[in-house]
Each structure stands twice: as structure tokens, then as C-alpha cells.
Write a protein that binds this ligand. Structure first.
Ligand SMILES: [Zn+2]
Length: 275
């Protein structure tokens, strides 16, 4: 699933083009993709978008008149593409906006399962829709992070991925961040020393910024990640082969030298416990 760096890179790329020309035609949208039916998409026609905004892993396209917001959640496989006038696009996108200058914004989704969503809301409704999200992960700062960590006792990998607590990080960037901070994915949030909280705050910003810069230049996963999905590859700091452990429904990657003091973590997947 795309996380904060990926979504923010797309937001930056879309901000200008989507606001260049008023909307000529809104839709059609796949029945599973469009999550709202009132007002109909046609109310967007003739209006101009103000640009692209991001909240956690979602993209928002407010209209210039301040009356409506198109909210997009791409989930795992959804992708937004801006097509210049005349540029060929998909035949049946999950959602489409055609602009008066002939350009288009299209949402496609690989695979048969339609999980990505589009909502047409008022700004107030959008606020309600996003109210459950915690503060954005980028530029959170050590003080705020310290308060969050102290508020409940959680394993770090799980806490970082919880959108209600900190918004924007998923499993890939949690792996990268915890490695950068040299902290165990299973460390308990309340047991961190002040210097470790500081390190984690710096690692969050450093890794998300690194990811954003790479994604803006079009880097693929292999080039972007240094720990995630790199089982057995040498740690970029110490050369130890990176390890993997199953945790909840996720696979966590880590360096047994840099993060867990030479300890290999045991699987904590429920199925293993029941065996
Ligand atoms: Zn290492």
C-alpha cells in the first residue's frame, strides 16, 4: 500500500495540473469505487479544483468555490494518473474527471477487487470522514511523539502503523523507520528512554523525507527501500543479513545486530501460538 511518501509525491505532481482547467465531465465511476451518491458527480461540472491536498494516505481535491471536496483513498492497488489532452488512457477507469482543456484525471485499480474509494463531500463531511486520523507523521517532533508513546503501551511497529495514533505510516516505512532509529519492532512504547524517543522522531522525518525525495524522482520499491522486503540482504549499516519475523498480520523486516542486540525475534502470529 502506498504510504505518506508515495501519496505526498503524487499530491505534489497533481496539485498544479488538476487546477489548470475547469471540470467538463465528472464520471463515470465504478459502482464499487464511488462511495457517495448525493450530490451526484455531475455537480462538479463547470467547477474548478483548487489543487491537491493530502491527509494521511488520502488525497483531497477541494473545489475552488469551497463547496465540495473529492476525497480519494487509493488503498493497495489504486493509482491516479493525470493525462494531458490527447494522451491515451485506460478504457474503463474506476473513476474519471475530464477537464475543459481535454486533460483527464483517471483512477485505475489493478486486479478485480475494487477497494479504492472516491467520495464527493462537503468540507464539513470530509472533516468528519477524516476525524479518526491521528496527527500527520511528517514533522511530528519528539515532544508530540513522546506524548503519543506514553499514552498507551504498544509494540513500536504496531503503534507506528496505527492511523488513529500517527497518520501516514504503513508496514514498509515502519520497517525503514525502526531500522534507522535502531529500535526493536517489538520494543514497548512506554519503555523508551528520552534519547530513544528523540532518535525515533528524527528517524520518522529522515526516512519519510528520504522516501518522498526518491518517489518524486520516480524511484521504484527496490531502490527506495533499504530494509523492507530485503530478507537476507546485508544491513546497510553493519552488513548483518536482514531478518524477518511474522507479527500480527504483517511481516516485519529488521537487522538483528542494529535493532535487537543480536537477538532473533520469534514469530508472534496467532496461528503459530495455536499450533
Ligand atoms: Zn545492521
Amino acid at each position: 500500500m502506498p504510504e505518506l511518501p508515495e501519496i505526498e509525491a503524487w499530491r505534489r505532481a497533481l496539485d498544479e495540473p488538476v487546477s489548470a482547467s475547469p471540470i467538463l465531465k465528472a464520471g463515470p465511476a465504478h459502482v464499487a469505487t464511488l462511495k457517495t451518491f448525493d450530490p451526484p458527480l455531475a455537480v462538479l461540472e463547470g467547477r474548478k479544483l483548487a489543487g491537491a491536498e493530502r491527509r494521511a494516505k488520502r488525497l483531497l481535491f477541494p473545489t475552488e468555490d469551497g463547496e465540495l471536496v473529492v476525497l480519494v483513498h487509493l488503498m493497495t492497488a489504486g493509482r491516479l494518473k493525470f493525462l494531458r489532452s490527447g494522451e491515451p488512457g485506460p478504457k474503463a477507469p474506476a473513476f474519471r474527471l475530464v477537464f475543459q482543456d481535454g486533460s483527464q484525471l483517471v483512477l485505475t485499480e489493478a486486479g478485480s477487487k475494487k477497494r479504492a474509494g472516491v467520495w464527493l463531500l462537503t468540507p464539513e463531511e470530509a472533516e468528519v470522514e477524516l476525524a479518526h486520523l491521528g496527527p500527520d507523521a511528517l514533522h511530528l517532533g519528539a515532544e508530540r511523539l513522546g506524548e503519543i508513546l506514553a499514552s498507551e503501551s504498544r509494540r513500536l511497529h504496531s503503534l507506528l502503523r496505527d492511523q488513529r495514533v500517527i497518520a501516514g505510516i504503513g508496514r514498509a516505512w515502519a520497517n525503514e523507520i525502526l531500522h534507522h532509529a535502531q529500535l526493536s519492532p517489538f520494543a514497548l512504547s512506554r519503555e523508551l528512554e528520552p534519547d530513544e524517543v528523540e532518535r525515533l522522531a528524527l528517524a520518522i522525518d529522515a526516512e519519510l523525507t528520504r522516501g518522498l525525495e526518491l518517489r518524486e524522482r520516480g524511484a521504484n520499491d527496490k531502490r527506495t527501500y533499504r530494509v523492507h522486503n530485503k530478507l537476507g540482504e546485508p544491513c546497510y549499516l553493519c552488513g548483518t543479513p536482514l531478518a524477518r519475523v511474522d507479527y500480527e498480520e504483517h511481516t516485519v523486516y529488521y537487522c538483528p545486530q542494529c535493532q535487537t542486540g543480536g537477538r532473533v525475534l520469534k514469530d508472534r502470529r496467532l496461528s503459530r501460538l495455536l499450533r
